[in-house]
Design a protein around this ligand. Structure first.
Ligand SMILES: [Zn+2]
Length: 65
């Protein structure tokens, strides 16, 4: 049995509408279309539905905020 994984609940802010279509590849299961969950500052936070991993990535459009 793998150790039980406790998901970390990050305090995220809502994403601007124009960035809600952003997707990123999951670093764990390689799922490609992970949808954006929110953002922390300039970082977009994604959550994989398959393995429930949360990860973040620097926003590609840094000039938007
Ligand atoms: Zn995944």
């Amino acid at each position: 049995m793998p150790r039980r994984y406790t998901p970390i609940q990050l305090k995220v802010q809502p994403v601007p509408v124009q960035m809600q279509a952003e997707t990123a590849p999951c670093p764990q299961c390689r799922e490609h279309d992970v949808r954006v969950l929110g953002r922390i500052g300039l970082r977009l936070v994604f959550r994989c539905d398959r393995c429930r991993v949360q990860f973040h990535r620097a926003a590609s459009h840094a000039g938007m905020y």
